[in-house]
Design a protein around this ligand. Structure first.
Ligand code: ADP
Ligand code: MG
Length: 261
């Protein structure tokens, strides 16, 4: 039964390794249902790795290992009986580089993930879903007359919004976004931010961003990651975004959010 609304995601003492190298050390974070949580911090501190532990993508990397627990509304994402496809369906992911299926039509891109849901949708159901998801992704007006054109023909910003629409079509409970705007122009960035703000309440969003203004604009909560001098990444500080930005408790957080490193 896909899609039962936004879910809380809770990571407890998540550690991650690549081979013998530990890159995350006992990271714990609650990402409240229907809220936007921003992950910030310098490159290489483990933000992307942390995201991949949340929807079980980390385990697909050869040599990668993991410890700790990830709970989706209290249910263990890593429970032995729980299938990988289930985690993927409940917890969608959007990447830095837009990755639509380039030769597939815009329409087919949106419905491409439906087989994950195990539901065979009728043509009219798909039509409605395509319009709904493209609308939520802020792309419908731009593409409604060209749904049969290949996804690869769209601009970068449009491709990213197509990827968001594709993620939404399986009715995920959580959407992970890894620097979704880093490859986009300012107009597309604004559109994606509007989409994130509209998704709030309907989906739990976890977004990695290097753009502090963006984190301040779109997120309710914020976690600052840091990996100092070859040590594994940890969360130095987390809390309501407004507090992390305006009243940081740790000097390193203050330095980072004020652009001092
Ligand atoms: P961030 O997203 O914060 O920039 P990453 O999670 O990508 O950080 O990387 C954390 C650490 O793990 C880095 O030191 C990086 O070099 C290493 N790393 C990331 N991916 C891999 C991989 N596939 N194999 C080996 N090391 C990796
Ligand atoms: Mg990254």
């Amino acid at each position: 039964m896909p899609g039962t609304g936004p879910a809380e995601l809770e990571a407890s003492a998540v550690s991650a390794w690549f081979g013998s190298r530990k890159v995350l050390d006992r990271v714990s974070l609650t990402m409240p249902a229907g809220r936007v949580t921003a992950l910030i911090g310098p490159s290489g501190c483990g933000k992307s790795t942390f995201l991949r532990t949340l929807n079980r993508m980390h385990e697909l990397i050869p040599g990668a290992a993991l410890a700790g627990e990830v709970l989706l509304d209290g249910e263990d994402v890593y429970a032995p009986g729980r299938r990988l496809t289930e985690a993927r369906r409940d917890i969608g992911m959007v990447f830095q580089k837009p990755n639509p299926f380039p030769a597939m039509s815009i329409y087919d891109n949106v419905v491409a993930g439906l087989k994950l849901t195990g539901v065979r949708a009728s043509r009219s159901t798909k039509d409605r879903l395509v319009e709904e998801c493209l609308t939520r992704a802020g792309l419908w007006k731009e593409v409604r007359d060209r749904l049969r054109q290949p996804g690869g023909a769209l601009s970068g910003g449009q491709q990213q919004r197509l990827c968001i629409a594709r993620s939404l079509a399986v009715r995920p409970r959580v959407l992970l976004m890894d620097e979704p705007c880093s490859a986009l122009d300012p107009t597309s960035t604004r559109r994606v931010e509007e989409t994130i703000q509209e998704l709030a309440g309907e989906v739990t969003v976890v977004i990695v961003t290097h753009n502090m203004q963006q984190a301040a604009r779109v997120s309710d909560r914020c976690a600052f990651f840091l990996a100092e001098q070859g040590t594994p990444g940890v969360i130095v500080e987390h809390g309501p975004t407004e507090a992390v930005f305006n009243r940081p408790q740790d000097q390193r957080t203050a330095d980072y959010v004020n652009g001092r490193f």
